[in-house]
Design a protein around this ligand. Structure first.
Ligand code: PMP
Length: 426
């Protein structure tokens, strides 16, 4: 038995499913997840001493690569001054100012400890500000596990949502409508009937939780128009895309400014951090400035702020995203060429340091239903072949992949060589 298998068995005895977040358990792809002992640059190392080229990057945060020396140094120096004070610190203002400078839609920002908390806060704020209860989301988008957002479509788009997990009250789920990403006509139809009761429309502008889908031309602009027309707040969930697809997030690339933005992952540099921000007039509805309650014992934690702010400083260097995008492109282009040679239908989407692979002959995947129709068995065989050969891709076909600044040409090319062998066996 490998050390990872042994550790997983031990974990199963005291942790539900053996993990603290479900996708880590490898349920979709089967087998035992490697237990990670350490990481450096583009690599993670498991408890059996195996090295993997890592395209998960802790699910997005590790955009500089693992254990970046400047981030570690800054964190170590912050640690020496104490771990948490529960009182204001200067670094919180520096972090807030940097986010406001870089993200077009953010004039004021509140820190949280996770993306989930950012979503929870943004939805409550939108409801409090508009005095409305309803929320619109899109099937396949994930915004964290707050009750109002763990909802799937009911029998039709115009009917009530239903809980996507036991424990979410149907009474609450009925306030959430779930529509089709990239279908602006459906959005217009629903708003024509109920727009005046909808507090917020929340969307991953570029998706990462039904793998990486890009917005069709006009989709995000259409959402902005509809929200303007009905007085609904537009929330971009940029937990994954923020500081990942480009320095100003998807909103700066597509030039559509939301009322509220959720952030996470990269802004914590690997520490537990989230944030939500937006127009000052809306954000000032938050306690203690305004009536909408929001709080957090560890929010704005000095160690987390140090890791995050150091990361933001480093990724703001000129050409950072040019190089990151070039590495993602080298990987994605290489993989699709290799698949073609092997006669395996594969298409890909990519933006900045984020990519999605789809085992399908649909030339461009833009809809949830197309993602679900991909060859999941083939993905699983690809995943397993790559993992066994030392390449760690996201362990589910619905997850986007990430490159970091530590992935260079040589590492990408080594990945492609591995993929050439694996694709032939599919
Ligand atoms: N929104 C998006 C777009 C996400 O990808 C995630 C996490 N994958 C979340 C929200 C929730 O963030 P967290 O896991 O930090 O609660």
């Amino acid at each position: 038995m490998s050390r990872s298998e042994q550790l997983f068995n031990e974990a199963l005895q005291v942790i539900p499913g053996g993990v603290n977040s479900p996708v880590r358990a490898f349920k979709a792809v089967g087998g035992t997840p490697p237990f990670i002992e350490r990481a450096a640059g583009a690599y993670v190392y498991d408890a059996d001493g195996r090295e993997y080229i890592d395209y998960v990057g802790s699910w997005g945060p590790m955009i500089l690569g693992h254990a970046h020396p400047q981030v570690l140094e800054a964190v170590q120096s912050a640690v020496a001054r104490g771990l948490s004070y529960g009182a204001p610190t200067e670094i919180e203002t520096r972090m807030a100012r940097r986010i406001c400078e870089l993200v077009p839609g953010i004039e004021k920002v509140r820190m949280t400890n996770s993306g989930t908390e950012a979503g929870l806060g943004a939805i409550r704020l939108a409801r409090g500000y508009t005095g409305r209860d309803k929320v619109v989301k899109f099937e396949g988008c994930y915004h964290g596990h707050a009750d109002s957002l763990l909802v799937k479509a009911g029998s039709g788009a115009l009917t009530f949502g239903t809980p996507s997990s036991p424990g979410v009250p149907a009474d609450l789920a009925q306030h959430t409508l779930t529509l089709t990403y990239n279908d602006i006509d459906e959005v217009r139809r629903v708003f024509a009937e109920q727009g005046e009761t909808i507090a917020a429309l929340i969307v991953e502008p570029v998706t990462g939780n039904m793998n990486c889908l890009l917005p069709e031309p006009g989709f995000l602009e259409g959402l902005r128009d509809v929200c303007n027309q009905y007085g609904t707040l537009l929330i971009f969930d940029e937990v994954m895309t923020g500081f990942r697809v480009g320095l100003g997030g998807a909103q700066s690339i597509y030039n559509v400014t939301p009322d509220l933005t959720m952030l996470g992952k990269v802004i914590g540099g690997g520490m537990p951090v989230g944030a939500f921000g937006g127009r000052a007039e809306i954000m000032d509805y938050l306690s203690p400035a305004g009536p909408v309650y929001h709080a957090g014992t560890l929010s704005g934690n000095p160690i987390a702020m140090t890791a995050g702010l150091t990361t933001l400083e480093l990724i703001a260097e000129p050409e950072f995203f040019v190089r990151l995008s070039a590495m993602a492109h080298r990987l994605v282009f290489g993989l699709t060429e290799i698949a073609k040679e092997a006669g395996v239908p594969l298409t890909a989407n990519e933006l900045g340091g984020m990519f999605g692979l789809f085992f399908t002959d649909v030339p461009q995947v833009t809809r949830y239903e197309q993602v679900v129709a991909c060859d999941m068995e083939r993905f699983n065989r690809f995943f397993r072949g790559m993992l066994d050969a030392g390449v760690y891709m996201a362990p589910a076909a619905f997850e986007a992949g990430f490159v970091s600044a530590a992935h260079d040409e040589a590492i990408i090319d080594r990945t492609l060589e591995t993929a050439r062998t694996v694709m032939r066996s599919l």
